[in-house]
Design a protein. Structure first.
Length: 463
């Protein structure tokens, strides 16, 4: 409640200072707020977004801009005066600038790059030259480096001279005259060492580095396994190129999570916020999957047509078709979601396929037995309590439902767990084995299995 009151108070103060039209008062007010509070003001007052950025000092404006949503960033750059937008882009850290530019159309990127200072333009083009979704795109080329023959006193002086341009100085990097990375040293070790101690005496030759061409998901895994706020990035010859910081990796993890959730839901990943994407793009992202799923469901219809005579001979079987199909689809969706998440978190790999299959066979069998018992009990109770008459062979029908549910839940669990692993093995995105896709595949086999069981138990009776 206190937080809400603070937000209301901040909004009221903002409205008052904007109404005053006193530029100095507006600048002072905005520059005295936390960066996150200014970002919230932009979200709450979209009509003033460009005005807010324009009144901030350029350093704070860059700090606010880089934490805004991509859609908000695009609108601000579009509405800002050309000089102000150029100044803002030049002030942004190189990695944040690249993250903004790579989401724009190529024509817009070309126009904006022309507004950059020569040095910043060169750095930006170099970073954009790395493959999409590579660590190089997230790399910041501003860092503090020293040589192994430097003393602690010289290192401190180097930090004072160049540290202000670096995104972080928690770790200092040691290179040789070729620019090769030799080690990294925490700032804590440097501060606690005597001034005359040489860097070589602080080195332990134990460092972790990422390659510029590594996938961004690899960076996420490395940061997760190591207690670091920043990691060095090198090329194939171990030349230090830049650093990647934890905030960039968290942003990547959030993006990957959002994409996976969208794919699991049966759509392509959206590169823009939902409310910012055009209807045409939204249609394009969704229609492909829906067509594919529709074609899959046509196979289900074909399977039902194949068993049309059985359905006509024993119409009571039709009552349980939705139950059978939904149970298989639900178990498959469960397994698929669990495996996709486990793979994303690095909890299992392709090599673990047999362990996964073994667990899903056991789990699917037990889950199927539980659901089968519920289905069987339901038929028995309804028959005994005369709620519904399933006919002369109701007991055989109950066995049909029991074993059908056992089979389809087991099959759904296997399909849902194995499909992501197979896709990963084929170097495709496991999230593409979305819940609707798995459910559609299981529906077809569910119909075949159900009527096969019905034929087994009811042949010569109802069929």
């Amino acid at each position: 409640m206190a937080l809400e009151l603070d937000d209301i108070s901040l909004q009221q103060k903002f409205e008052e200072v904007i109404a005053s039209e006193d530029k100095l008062a507006i600048q002072e007010f905005l520059n005295n707020q936390n960066i996150s509070d200014v970002a919230n003001l932009i979200y709450d007052n979209p009509d003033y977004e460009s005005q807010i950025i324009s009144h901030l000092s350029i350093h704070r404006a860059a700090g606010v801009f880089k934490i805004l949503d991509p859609g908000e960033q695009k609108r601000i750059i579009k509405n800002l005066p050309a000089f102000t937008s150029a100044e803002l882009l030049n002030e942004l850290p190189a990695d944040d600038r690249v993250a903004f530019l790579e989401a724009l159309p190529n024509s817009t990127v070309r126009d904006l790059i022309k507004t950059l200072d020569p040095d910043e333009r060169k750095i930006t083009l170099e970073l954009l030259g790395y493959p999409e979704n590579s660590v190089g795109r997230l790399m910041n080329p501003d860092y503090v480096y020293v040589y192994e023959y430097n003393t602690v006193k010289e290192v401190i002086e180097t930090i004072r001279r160049f540290g202000s341009n670096s995104e972080t100085i928690d770790v200092i990097y040691v290179i040789n005259y070729k620019g090769e990375l030799l080690d990294d040293i925490r700032i804590r070790d440097i501060i606690l060492a005597a001034p005359e101690v040489k860097v070589s005496e602080l080195m332990d030759d134990r460092f972790i580095a990422l390659k510029a061409t590594d996938d961004q998901e690899i960076a996420n895994e490395v940061f997760k396994m190591n207690n670091r706020v920043a990691l060095p990035v090198t090329d194939e010859q171990n030349i230090l190129l830049g650093i990647i910081t934890i905030d960039d990796v968290l942003w990547v993890a959030n993006e990957e999570f959002s994409e996976d959730i969208q794919k699991i839901g049966g759509t392509e990943a959206l590169e823009e916020p939902y409310l910012d994407i055009s209807i045409a793009k939204l249609l394009k992202k969704r229609v492909g999957w829906l067509i594919l799923l529709l074609l899959g469901e046509m196979l289900t219809a074909s399977a039902m047509q194949y068993f049309q005579n059985e359905i006509e001979a024993a119409t009571v079987l039709a009552l349980f078709i939705p139950l059978i199909m939904s149970s298989g689809g639900n178990s498959g969706s469960q397994a698929s979601t669990l495996i996709i998440q486990a793979m994303a978190l690095g909890e299992l790999t392709i090599a673990d396929w047999w362990k996964v299959m073994r667990r899903e066979i056991i789990t699917g069998f037990l889950l199927g037995a539980v659901l089968g018992c519920i289905g069987l009990i339901r038929i028995v109770l309804w028959q005994k309590l005369q709620i519904f008459d399933y006919g002369q062979y109701w007991d055989l029908l109950s066995y049909t439902i029991f074993f059908s549910l056992m089979g389809i839940v087991l099959w759904g669990s296997l399909m849902g767990s194995m499909l992501p692993i197979i896709l990963k093995r084929l170097k495709l995105d496991p999230a593409a084995s979305s819940a609707p896709f798995v459910a559609t595949l299981v529906d077809v086999t569910g119909i075949v299995l159900y009527f096969s069981m019905a034929y087994l138990f009811l042949h010569g009776k109802l069929l």
